[in-house]
Design a protein around this ligand. Structure first.
Ligand code: G4P
Length: 544
């Protein structure tokens, strides 16, 4: 045999053109990465805890965030952000279940952060649409569902809070079909009306799953499996009704079909109570059986990065100040292809610069764990990755760049001014930082100058986050003055001069170079479009 001469240059990371590690395909196949989309209060945090409980990640529900103390104001939100309650910034929960590895990526709860939610949804392969049994589809559920539809993300429907009085199951499913055109296919049908949740009918197995309540729903509810006959004698009419109702749908063709589900035309339905831990197991089984494993991702060149290609990842969220003691900044990436190994040197596609991944973490509640390896579908937090912003690409060995995440049309605008000129440097740094993280969009023009940039946001709460962070992280007091514009349109240099002379219009350049015309209101916009039809005033991507 040949004696090895220069072994110190070999690493576990495969070089370009080498075959991927044997276990890669298997690791990909066993992964499921999803997010929960819901309206506030539908029970997302409760469900997250219940899932963690089932995965034995925590021993008792309620351990991560006290269920009382709803966040209603920004200061609450900021406080909670600091305390890192799971419902606020857990970012990603990874757990093993039935020989699978599941990544649950957290979405922000408040509508003002819909842009963040949109970014998160670029990192998942499936979504659980969580609906309150008494309320049905609510505004934010609808908006987030539209994002899923737009991105082709298959949706599993969970009707939550079945332990409380609510609507009839058929009425709820009718609403889904009629309002969003998604055909619900029942998988687990409730036995007992809303408020009297006895168990679930497993529609395909024709089996009854009876649940027993535990104290406060804090531990996993014991399940008993029964055949139809035993169920009939135990539950009587409740069982008969469940069978009849679910058969009504199945006979009209509403049965699960994997292709239809993946194409976003149908949605498997599960009835549950996150609080009592009823149906949680079944949600996990559904994810494992039907949600897709990570697949290839389109790149800017019109090709696709296959999961077995060399390492690549896309950054979908940047979060600073998660740990006030360390003033750190975490960039979260979703692995797209290949194997991630902590310490590997990757390339940041946007700058072409190398990036060392020495500090790689997962963040769950207060818990931070060092990540040694990650596979497609996994979420990894990189510490102090200052150059990274949402939408950026990291890769190893073979270059790739993924398409940027579109930014939303802002609807709220304010001028930002430093209270004291002596802190201008810090002010400038703070503005740049938040711009890069995508907390708000920053607009500038020559007339206003650098000292008073304009902040543009989808929701006004983003401004309050800027103020609070300016003070706590950068020690800068800043004043914010709202501007009387409500619409932003894309324009160009050729139209800018004429637009700038119009009443109720001001032209700016965003940091990414895009020129935006801010217009006071839609009547002004219509007037200009009618009088000066040659000017470019192109709509931006509307908020989800
Ligand atoms: P969110 O993250 O979607 O905003 O909702 P969260 O889980 O915080 O739940 C909102 C409220 O709904 C909480 O009540 C929670 O306990 C309750 N809830 C969640 N799932 C269920 C369920 O399956 N059944 C019932 N009956 N309630 C559920 P709260 O009044 O805000 O808090 P608490 O008084 O329960 O502590």
């Amino acid at each position: 045999s040949t004696p090895s001469v220069d072994t110190d240059t070999t690493t576990a990371v495969p070089a370009a053109g080498t075959t991927p590690p044997k276990n890669l395909r298997r690791e990909v196949e066993r992964r499921r990465t999803f997010a929960v989309i819901s309206h506030p209060d539908a029970g997302k945090s409760t469900l997250t805890e219940a899932l963690a409980l089932h995965a034995r990640k925590i021993s008792e529900a309620g351990a991560i965030h006290g269920k009382s103390g709803r966040r209603s104001t920004v200061s609450d939100w900021m406080e909670m952000e600091k305390a890192r309650g799971i419902s606020v910034s857990s970012t990603a929960l990874q757990f093993d279940y039935a020989d699978h590895t599941i990544n649950l990526v957290d979405t922000p709860g408040h509508a003002d952060f819909s842009e963040d939610t949109y970014r998160v949804l670029t990192a998942v392969d499936a979504a659980v649409m969580l609906i309150d049994a008494a309320k049905g589809l609510e505004p934010q559920t609808l908006k987030l569902f539209q994002v899923c539809r737009h991105r082709g993300i298959p949706v599993i429907t969970v009707v939550n809070k079945w332990d409380r009085p609510g609507r009839s199951p058929l009425e709820l499913l009718d609403e889904i079909e009629e309002r969003i055109g998604l055909t619900p296919t029942p998988l687990y049908w409730p036995v007992g009306i809303a408020g009297d949740f006895r168990g679930l009918l497993d529609v395909s197995e024709h089996q009854y799953i009876h649940f027993t309540r535990t104290a406060g729903g804090a531990t996993i509810a014991p399940e008993e499996f029964m055949d139809s006959e035993a169920a009939q004698s135990r539950e009587g009419d409740d069982w008969t009704t469940a069978v009849e109702e679910s058969e009504l749908l199945v006979e009209s063709g509403q049965r699960h079909d994997e292709d239809e589900f993946l194409a976003g035309r149908t949605s498997p339905v599960i009835f549950a109570s996150a609080m009592l831990n009823f149906g949680v197991h079944q949600i996990l089984d559904t994810l494992v059986s039907f949600a897709p494993a990570p697949g290839p991702r389109p790149d800017v060149a019109g090709g696709e990065r296959e999961v077995t290609d060399p390492f690549s990842a896309v950054v979908f969220k940047v979060q600073a100040g998660m740990d006030t003691a360390h003033r750190d900044r975490l960039a979260f990436m979703r692995v797209v292809s290949g194997v991630f190994e902590r310490g590997m040197v990757v390339t940041h596609a946007q700058t072409g610069k190398p990036f060392t991944t020495k500090y790689a973490l997962t963040v769950f509640g207060r818990e931070r764990t060092t990540v040694e390896n990650a596979y497609p579908g996994d979420v990894v937090g990189l510490v102090n990755a200052t150059a990274l912003a949402p939408g950026h690409t990291l890769y190893a060995d073979r270059k790739v760049e993924f398409p940027p995440i579109p930014s939303f049309a802002p609807e709220h605008f304010a001028v930002l001014r430093a209270e004291s000129a002596s802190k201008y440097k810090q002010f400038r740094r703070a503005v740049d930082q938040m711009d890069q993280e995508g907390v708000v969009q920053i607009l500038r023009n020559d007339i206003r100058g650098d000292a008073s940039p304009v902040l543009a946001a989808v929701g006004p709460m983003q401004f309050e986050v800027v103020s609070a962070r300016m003070k706590s992280e950068f020690g800068v007091e800043a004043r914010m003055e709202p501007l009387g514009y409500s619409i932003a349109r894309r324009t160009d240099a050729a139209s800018a001069g004429e637009l700038g002379r119009q009443r109720g219009v001001e032209v700016f350049t965003r940091t990414d170079g895009v020129m935006l015309a801010l217009v006071s209101d839609k009547w002004r916009l219509q007037y200009i479009q009618k009088e000066l039809p040659d000017l470019l005033l192109e709509p931006l991507v509307a908020a989800a």
